[in-house]
Design a protein around this ligand. Structure first.
Ligand code: NCD
Length: 369
């Protein structure tokens, strides 16, 4: 049984298979219409969503399954203080597969560790969003017929934008991709991700000029400045309109480029751009449904063949710094995660695990100190 927390939980070959399955689903949905008959998807959304939740649910109905849903944290026992871990043990009794979105970085890993059914990360704080990446990859593939040899320009809130983090994890595995990052200084890509790309020898440029960056772009990946992640609202106001793509600016971009955005957009893409054939962000939402259908189908089949949870790769080389299972009343760790949004700060009696080398938090990739 597999869970998908990071896009790298899927091999490149598996991603190719999901893309192929998505295209089959597009052309012949009837061939899949009973694949999930008798199965239930639980969508646990503790953070707002339109596309992600509805596309998961539409995907499940489209293959003959059924859906139960918590559409807001305020409707769930989370407000009574229930831990993610307890909730997932419960929901595993009601559903065959779970998609979870949560405001805390690392929450999906906690969920997967507690569940006895496959868990899909539908966005954990500002950390990761692997199924948006699948939608992005399918859109890129449908346009270019490949996922390698591309110049990808990522624009906007690269610090908190989980879709960009997952997209970079994904595209870094394909040959000859080049990344150009366009953000305000305050919203640069997290240093750990930048370092890991550099260490892998991947070409990453940073610039503050959108007009220049798009001149040689294949993919222009726009993102929203994420109001909800800012502690300081004045800073959000100052940065929110840093970059805007409009028809005039798009004159700088190649005719063959495509514009993606995970949506929702605020001001960063002018509505006037919607008529430009290079604008693919609405097609991207359809692709999100197609590839989530393929993913649910794949994970249900995998769980039927192999019902035991696979060990999480994050934990393989990690060291446990707490001692909850050894009989202590409350786990004690002399170290904690420097990332304030990390799930380790809200989930009671959580074990603290450090990836080595570097003493990195397994949940959110923050530093443990
Ligand atoms: C994104 C998200 O939730 O991270 N939206 C989505 O899932 N399509 C991007 C965003 O909210 O800005």
């Amino acid at each position: 049984m597999r869970s998908i927390i990071d896009i790298t939980d899927l091999s490149v070959t598996e991603i190719t298979k999901l893309i192929e399955a998505s295209l089959q689903i597009l052309h012949d949905p009837q061939a899949y219409q009973n694949n999930a008959a008798g199965k239930i998807l639980a969508t646990l959304f503790y953070e707002p969503s339109t596309r992600t939740r509805l596309s998961f649910e539409s995907a499940m109905y489209g293959i003959g399954g059924q859906v139960i849903s918590v559409a807001a944290a305020s409707n769930s026992s989370a407000v009574k203080g229930e831990t993610i871990s307890d909730t997932l043990q419960v929901v595993s009794n009601y559903a065959d597969i779970v998609a979870i979105r949560h405001p805390n970085d690392g929450a999906a890993l906690v969920a997967a560790q507690a569940a006895s059914v496959p868990v899909i990360n539908a966005g954990d704080g500002s950390h990761l969003h692997p199924t948006q990446t699948l939608a992005d990859l399918l859109t890129i593939y449908r346009h270019f017929g490949r996922l390698s040899g591309l110049t990808i320009v990522c624009v906007g809130d690269l610090l908190y934008g989980r879709t960009v983090h997952s997209l970079l994890h994904a595209l870094a595995r394909y040959e000859n991709n080049r990344f150009v990052l366009v953000s305000p200084d305050e919203l640069r890509l997290p240093a750990d991700l930048r370092n890991s790309l550099n260490q892998a020898g991947i070409l990453v440029e940073e610039t503050a000029s959108l007009a220049q960056a798009i001149v040689h772009a294949d993919v222009i990946y726009m993102t929203r400045v994420q109001q909800e992640r800012f502690a300081d609202k004045a800073e959000y106001e100052r940065l929110k309109d840093s970059f805007r793509l409009d028809p005039k600016m798009m004159k700088n971009a190649p005719e063959t480029a495509i514009v993606l955005h995970p949506l929702p957009r605020v001001n960063e893409i002018a509505k006037g751009l919607d008529q430009d054939p290079r604008a693919k962000y609405f097609e991207q939402t359809l692709n999100g449904k197609l590839i989530r259908t393929a993913l649910i189908d794949f994970l249900l089949a995998d769980a039927a063949n192999d019902p035991q949870p696979n060990p999480r790769p994050e934990l393989l080389d990690a060291v446990c710094l707490t001692n909850a299972r050894a009989g202590a009343d409350a786990p004690e760790s002399l170290q904690s995660c420097v990332n304030k949004r990390c799930v380790s700060h809200i989930e009671r009696e959580i074990e603290i695990w450090a990836k080595q080398p570097g003493n990195i938090c397994v949940y959110c990739d923050g530093l443990l100190r």
